[in-house]
Design a protein around this ligand. Sequence first.
Ligand SMILES: Cc1cc2nc3c(=O)[nH]c(=O)nc-3n(C[C@H](O)[C@H](O)[C@H](O)COP(=O)(O)OP(=O)(O)OC[C@H]3O[C@@H](n4cnc5c(N)ncnc54)[C@H](O)[C@@H]3O)c2cc1C
Length: 286
Amino acid sequence: MKSSSPSTGRSEQYLCNEPLAQFDYSDPMPKPLHRARVTAVFHDIPGVTSIDFAPGLAPRSHVDDHVKILLPPPGAPYRSPVPIPAPGSPAPLLRTYTRRRYDPATGAWGIDVLDLGHGGPGSAWAGSVRPGDEVTVRGPGGHWQMPEHPGTVWMVGDAVAMPAISNALEALPAGSRAVVLLEGGGRSYPLPERPEARIVDIPVTSGGSALVDAVRRLRTPDQPWWAFAHGQAEMIRPLRRHLRIERGLARERLLLSAYWIAGRDAEGWRVMKPEFNRAMEAESGD
Ligand SMILES: Cc1cc2nc3c(=O)[nH]c(=O)nc-3n(C[C@H](O)[C@H](O)[C@H](O)COP(=O)(O)OP(=O)(O)OC[C@H]3O[C@@H](n4cnc5c(N)ncnc54)[C@H](O)[C@@H]3O)c2cc1C
């Protein structure tokens, strides 16, 4: 049930690229920050907090379009919406979420935050955010656009990839096919209904091993195919090895993103991720 929507006013872009240099962002391309107003918070999907925002960000132009929500670290001398921190003050925490909803007519957008049940800062924010709150948002960013005629797309992910996979299903052109392998797919996340998609629920296993095994068992399509895979790092690396080396899938037909790693929070993972990606890609000489 939607709660009240007190404001749909345009969110304000209030920082330029330049001050971002003082933060330890792994992204080499600084992106603008925006102040974004929450218009609605709802819980229509079990285990998910859906959060809608007023217009003001660039249009959603990629299947994997995402934003980073800036949150004050514990003890920070500033609060949300995070301002440009004074030199020497602690950098904000960044939590990344897929823009699941985007209304091209108004520019309003929304995210779905999975309840991970561990009280991390992103989960805690989603648990307490209210309509009318303002947050600082970095982005949007994104890397992949659906090809015009992809043939078959394998969409593979764990629970937090469900918003991105839903966007991919929506973007799937008529006449193309999708094979969707979802860890914990038995959850009630409402995937867009596409008759061309075969959805396979995979049990949750440590390191996503059942998901990787399920991909190994798929028959390589006769027609051109692509792979779109998101989730924990321990599952993404063997997946890439399998798809790229054992199946020989061309690099440009593979969009993988290691969203998180067990035992590290998003800050810890952000520090490790560039080297992780380098080592993973080096396995296939990329
Ligand atoms: C491009 C991108 C898009 C994303 N889109 C979404 C989205 O649409 N919705 C969504 O809910 N999440 C999404 N995520 C994942 C989300 O950013 C992370 O799960 C985030 O770390 C959660 O923040 P937190 O503060 O709750 O936990 P953190 O403080 O980052 O981590 C606390 C603890 O929880 C563990 N942890 C972190 N993430 C997970 C997880 N997914 N499952 C189990 N344990 C975890 C960590 O290893 C750590 O031990 C996306 C990530 C990326 C990179």
